[in-house]
Design a protein around this ligand. Sequence first.
Ligand code: NG1
Length: 368
Amino acid sequence: MVSVPGRVNLIGEHIDYHNLPVFPMAIQRRIRIAVHPRADRLIRVTSSGEYGDREFEWTPRLEPAAAGDWINYAKAAAQAVGDRWGLRKGIDAAVASDLPAAAGLSSSSALLTGLTLALLRANGVVTTFAQLMEVLPEAEHFVGTRGGGMDHAAVLASAPGCALLVRFAPMSVEDVRIPAGWSFLIAHSLTTAEKSGEIRAEYNFRRTAGTRALATLGLASYRAAVEQHPFQELQAMARKRLQDPELGPFLHVTGEAARVLEAVQAMRNGDAEEFGRLLNTSHESARDLLRISCPALDELVEAARNAGALGARLTGAGFGGCAVVFCRETERPAIRARLMDSFYSRRNGFDPDIHLIDAEPSAGALIE
Ligand code: NG1
């Protein structure tokens, strides 16, 4: 059995691909895979949901199936594992999940991670977190996204009751205990952002614009920029020498990098007001500087704050999807009820089991 959780990013949006630290946590909803090794090279995957069963021969050079077909996650995993460890023994795998798809909970990275672990275990290979982090973000490219490594780190290495400070290049993770009485809700905007569709171009555009900004300013990397220059200095330099579409992403990325470290400190200090304030500022920056929000997300974040949340922000790639809502545990049921009333009651297609989830900080796949 392999069991991989979903995740929610608390703060640090669109900065993992610039190798800046991010602060997600794994949640209790999970994908579970029962796996049995085969003697031949066939990979057979069945799903308990509506996705149907698939199979393919594990050859050295796999071709992706049609975009959006879930078999591509198994192919991505097989290609990565085959390339890196030279393995070829197929599997029978049965996938079951209470992690909704396309709901901003990283179900796709959880599936890719789960199938990768399933292939490795069936072939008798034990890997380290660092080795997995070398192949998983890269393997996503087979499915068509050019993301960062935040999701894989969170779903592998999160500890129960903790958020995970993830650093890149070199990769490292650090547990930060979530203070007693702090709690989170994941609320869907009911606008779906399908990253394999047109949203992919928007996502990649933010990444490219951010990288171009660095080049214009003659900076080697965002890491070097934020480590060597005070934030005010970077802002002044950017406002003088950059224009949109590069200026906004640069200001967002450098500001968000500072907020992640402040949020970690606020959590360590048990300062809920400050943590909430940073979440709110992060949303404003994502909305106004990076421009990855949408009207439904802005309304949802506003509704959550009006309902009594200490902070709320869009989470994940943006352009729809979810908001993370931060509040006192004692307040969560009331905030949930107020959100149902003020936001969801006026919209179609709301399912509380999928769209309004109490998020409990849970164990990653390597931790249980
Ligand atoms: P989502 O789309 O929420 O899983 C994506 C990227 C992350 C990160 C965020 C934005 C993938 C697999 N995930 O997350 O790495 O860049 O957007 O912070 O590409």
